[in-house]
Design a protein around this ligand. Structure first.
Ligand code: NAP
Length: 310
């Protein structure tokens, strides 16, 4: 049957909510859960951490759709299956990401991190105010989110550099690419924002070498993926003062285990993967529109480049 979809996720509660909302919002699409009767009619799978052997059990699936901005949660098995893969791109999510990152940038720029520390010891200390234009803020990844964040921060007066795989030209952003470009960016960076996708090339990119290439006292904001960060290297950089602090939103294991030392690490703010969300209605509309396009053989919206993996 055309216009049918399989919801494939390890999170039963999320999937049930998504199905209920899907049925009421887009009744023209038939929605099936894993194992449900009739599921073999579905040719598109909407995925959130789906099982690695999904296609063995559901060989009728011909298109994979992430219900998030990233696709790394599909895993290499599905990403390498040869099927088209789409993802969500949402303007509200871009705005939310800019708000989150701005909070982190201001925390360092206006010394709110130190002021919060001082409060615990009842210390009244007024730090001299620095102009935004004196701070170098760099964004790794100039895709849907990184580009929006870089240009949004530039409007606050920060000096902005950005780094991507291919060379770009963006208003108010000094753009760099390639390994040499990365070093140029890092050498001048006060605040580093990671908005790269997680891939074999970017796994562990936030490591000791990268921190050491920044001027001492840098600040890290990681809202890409936990796999980008080498946690032991971050702790070393914080303990030595190479980094002054870090705002971390994403982690290898989520929820971050209660026993994880990062919760107590001086200079670190942990947030529970809340930098920016997509609403259920946006997910449903974008997935449903792509299901209809797929049925008609039309071009899919927000399809990733399978060779690049993002
Ligand atoms: P995107 O549109 O796919 O953009 C990726 C950017 O990274 C592109 O500019 C790309 O360069 C660059 N890039 C990729 N691999 C690279 C490499 N090896 N070297 C240099 N540059 C590279 O991604 P997005 O939608 O903006 O998402 C960015 C990240 O945010 C993802 O990790 C996503 O999972 C995460 N995210 C987090 C949250 C949260 O709440 N924490 C919410 C949404 C998304 P080219 O332009 O040259 O291809």
């Amino acid at each position: 049957m055309k216009n049918s979809i399989l919801l494939a996720s390890h999170d039963d509660q999320f999937t049930a909510e998504l199905k209920a909302e899907f049925v009421s919002r887009r009744p023209e699409i038939s929605v099936f859960l894993l194992g449900e009767e009739g599921v073999d009619q579905a040719d598109v799978a909407a995925c959130w951490y789906p099982q690695a052997d999904l296609l063995t059990h559901y060989p009728h699936i011909k298109c994979l759709h992430s219900v998030a901005a990233g696709v790394d949660h599909l895993g290499q098995n599905l990403l390498n299956s040869g099927l088209p893969v789409c993802r969500i791109v949402d303007n509200h999510q871009k705005q939310g990401m800019l708000e989150y990152v701005l909070w982190g940038v201001l925390n360092r720029h206006r010394n709110f991190d130190k002021i919060r520390d001082n409060q615990t010891a009842a210390i009244w200390h007024r730090y001299p105010q620095q102009a935004a234009s004196e701070l170098q803020v760099s964004v790794l990844g100039l895709g849907e989110l990184g580009k929006f964040v870089a240009q949004g921060l530039a409007e606050f007066g920060y000096q902005i550099s950005g780094w991507s795989r291919s060379s770009k030209s963006l208003t108010n952003v000094h753009c760099y690419s390639g390994l040499e470009g990365l070093n140029t960016v890092l050498n001048r960076t006060d605040i580093l924002i990671n908005l790269l996708p997680l891939s074999a090339e970017t796994q562990g990119i936030l490591n000791q070498d990268l921190f050491n290439a920044m001027p001492a006292g840098g600040y890290l904001i990681n809202c890409g993926r936990g796999g980008h960060l080498v946690t032991e290297d971050l702790v070393t950089a914080l303990d030595s003062g190479q980094l002054r602090g870090a705002l971390l939103d994403v982690f290898d294991t989520e929820p971050l285990p209660k026993t994880e030392a990062l919760w107590q690490q001086k200079g670190v703010i942990v947030t529970p993967h809340v930098a920016s969300d997509v609403s259920l209605s946006t997910i449903i509309d974008q997935v449903a529109d792509n299901v209809l396009s797929f049925s008609k053989g039309d071009t899919l919206t927000n399809a990733i480049n399978i060779d690049k993996g993002y």
